[in-house]
Ligand binder design. Structure first.
Ligand SMILES: [Zn+2]
Length: 329
C-alpha cells in the first residue's frame, strides 16, 4: 500500500476528476484515457520507461504496476490483472482508461476510497454445476467438474468454519440447481460473501492455471470480448459492489497462486449469471483446468483439492484483514 493519506488522495482524485475534461484526459476510440504520468502523480508514485514506447511502470516502495502497449492486462505486484480497455500510447507516454483507473486500480491499490467496508461473517459457497449438469469433464481421468467443485466447496466450508465464519451452500449433494437460483439462495441466507467454485477446460490440452473473476463493471467489455457491446451498458445489482468484488478477487487469486504454484492466468472480468445479482461481494473461482493432464490429475487428488480450499480460505482472510484495517481508518 502506498504511503498516502486518505485525505490527500481524495483531494487528488477530486481534483483530477474536475480537471480531467478540460486539460488532462484524452479520448481514444471514444474512451477517456489518462497518462501513466498522471496516474503516478495522483497515486503519489513515480513512473519510468522500461522499453521505449512499449513498457512503462508506475511504482512506489510497496506497489509496482507494469503496463504494456496494446495489452488488456497489467502486472500489479506480481499478479496479472485484466483491464477493461487496452493500454494506449500518446506522445511517448502510455495511457490507461479512466474507467480502469477507477474500477481496476483504485479498488486494489487504494481501497480506502471505496467507502465504508462491508461486514464479513456469513459466507455462501456455490459449487458449480451438479446433477444433470456435469460441467467440464475429463473422460480419460474419469473426473467431472461438478464433483471436483462440490468437494472443494465442502473443504472450503470446513476451513472457513474453523476460522469462525458461518457457512451456507448452494448444494451439498450432487443435485442440479438453476443458475438464477444460486444468488437468490445467497441473498435469502443474507450472506456477506459469495464464492462460486468451478474448474476450467480448454480445447488446447496444454492450457493450465487459475483464474478469479468478478462481475464486469458497466461501460467495459468483459475479458473474453475484445470490443464494447450493447450488454456493457447494463448496470447489474452486483455492480454496486464493483470495488469490493475486485479487491476480493485480487486477494483470492494471489493466495491461490502462492499456494498452488499453478500459473496465474489473471484476475478477470465476466458477466456470469451467478455474479449479476448477489447482494454481497462476489467472485467466481476457476480452480484449474481439468482438460490438462497434469492439473487434471492434481484436481483428482483430495490433497490438492484441500490445498485449493485452504488457499481460498487464506484469500478470504487476507481480504477480511484488509476490511478490518480500513474500518479503523
Ligand atoms: Zn463451471
Amino acid at each position: 500500500m502506498a504511503a498516502i493519506t486518505r485525505r490527500s488522495f481524495l483531494f487528488a482524485l477530486g481534483g483530477f476528476l474536475l480537471a480531467a475534461p478540460a486539460a488532462s484526459a484524452i479520448q481514444i476510440g471514444g474512451i477517456e484515457y489518462m497518462s501513466l504520468a498522471q496516474l503516478a502523480s495522483l497515486c503519489g508514485m513515480r513512473y519510468k520507461t522500461l522499453v521505449k514506447n512499449k513498457t512503462q511502470e508506475v511504482y512506489s516502495k510497496h506497489t509496482r504496476m507494469t503496463f504494456n502497449l496494446h495489452s488488456r492486462s497489467m502486472n500489479l505486484n506480481g499478479m496479472t490483472v485484466y483491464l477493461g480497455h487496452a493500454v494506449a500510447l500518446y506522445k511517448g507516454v502510455l495511457q490507461i482508461s479512466k474507467r480502469d483507473y477507477l474500477k481496476t486500480i483504485i479498488p486494489i491499490v487504494f481501497p480506502q476510497n471505496l467507502g465504508k467496508p462491508p461486514k464479513l461473517f456469513s459466507i455462501f459457497i456455490d459449487a458449480g454445476h451438479g446433477g444433470k449438469d456435469f460441467g467440464a469433464q475429463n473422460k480419460a481421468l474419469k473426473i467431472s467438474e461438478k464433483n471436483v467443485a462440490l468437494d472443494i466447496a465442502a473443504r472450503l466450508g470446513r476451513e472457513l468454519e474453523k476460522n469462525g465464519y458461518k457457512v451456507s451452500y448452494t448444494r451439498t449433494k450432487d443435485n442440479f440447481v438453476e443458475l438464477a437460483d444460486r444468488p437468490k439462495k445467497a441473498n435469502s441466507a443474507k450472506a456477506d460473501l459469495f464464492l462460486s467454485i468451478h474448474c476450467n477446460a480448454a480445447g488446447d490440452k496444454s492450457v493450465r492455471g487459475i483464474e478469479t473473476y468478478s462481475l464486469t463493471p458497466r461501460w467495459m467489455p468483459s475479458t473474453a470480448s475484445a470490443k464494447m457491446s450493447k450488454s456493457d451498458s447494463v448496470e447489474h445489482p452486483g455492480n454496486s459492489r464493483d470495488g469490493w468484488n475486485k479487491l476480493l478477487a485480487y486477494y483470492i487469486q494471489r493466495d491461490m497462486a502462492k499456494a498452488t504454484r499453478s500459473p496465474d492466468r489473471g484476475i478477470k472480468k465476466a458477466r456470469f449469471a451467478v455474479l449479476k445479482t448477489p447482494n454481497m461481494p462476489s467472485v467466481l473461482i476457476e480452480t484449474g483446468f481439468i482438460s490438462n493432464n497434469t492439473e487434471g490429475k492434481l484436481l483428482a487428488t483430495p490433497a490438492y483439492r484441500q490445498k485449493i480450499a485452504s488457499a481460498i480460505c487464506a484469500g478470504v482472510m487476507t481480504y477480511h484483514n484488509s476490511l478490518r484495517r480500513l474500518a479503523k481508518k
